[in-house]
Design a binder for this molecule. Structure first.
Ligand code: AMP
Length: 208
């Protein structure tokens, strides 16, 4: 099963992507996470990506296309994959079509006015990587493992506005791109996490 997850920053894409990939036993590939790992490791890719990501802009297409192409060739993608945060531009989607076949594009939709509050309140666990809203922390720590949490550099208010603008102009056109291919699945992301998950799983049932 080859899936892509679309949706604005803060829609809960990453949260749903983790759960859906685990449910189907397919590889969860987040280009944002791969880039953040490169930054943490201090690689050349990380050095190039850091300033771009901190501004809320997109890393150049050729770089992320190369990352995804290599990643999809790895053995854990044999049963399929779930791409979280890729493609983010029409040229990325066109490139993906040349080396793989997307069976469904899940579009997690949340009203724009909800997004800023969701992103500003997002915290990520330094230990297990889980993302959660600040209101769900347990004694100020990760509700899953008790680890220390942090705010992503690009979740700060100035960057968030730019990321939302970038989403509108560069990523939103992918909704029509995949609708045109007949593979788009629209999901209401403005519900509790479990309800969103149930909607996605039932929409994908027929694909298995
Ligand atoms: P994410 O974790 O998906 O929110 O991505 C965080 C940041 O990483 C984005 O704001 C971009 O700067 C960069 N990024 C992640 N995926 C892509 C992509 N497919 N194309 C370009 N930039 C990306």
């Amino acid at each position: 099963m080859n899936l892509v997850f679309l949706g604005p920053p803060g829609a809960g894409k990453g949260t749903q992507a983790s759960k859906v990939s685990a449910a189907f036993g397919i590889a969860h590939i987040s280009t944002g996470a791969i880039l953040r790992e490169a930054i943490a490791a201090g690689t050349e890719l990380g050095r190039k990506a850091k300033a771009i990501m901190d501004s809320g802009a997109l890393v150049p297409d050729d770089i992320v296309i190369g990352i995804v192409r290599e990643r999809l060739a790895q053995s854990d993608c044999r049963n399929g994959y779930l791409l979280d945060g890729f493609p983010r531009t029409v040229p990325q989607a066109q490139a993906l079509d040349t080396f793989s076949r997307v069976e469904a594009a899940v579009n997690v939709d949340v009203p724009a006015e909800e997004l800023v509050e969701r992103i500003a309140g997002r915290r990520v666990c330094k230990v297990c990587g889980e993302a959660m809203h600040v209101s769900l922390l347990r004694d100020g720590s990760c509700a899953k493992c008790g680890g220390e949490v942090m705010q992503r550099d690009d979740d700060k208010a100035e960057t968030v506005r730019n990321r939302l603008r970038v989403y509108e102009s560069q990523t939103k056109p992918l909704i029509e791109y995949y609708r045109g291919q007949g593979v788009l699945i629209d999901i209401n992301g403005n519900q509790p996490i479990d309800a969103v998950l149930a909607d996605i799983l039932s929409a994908l049932e027929g694909l298995q």
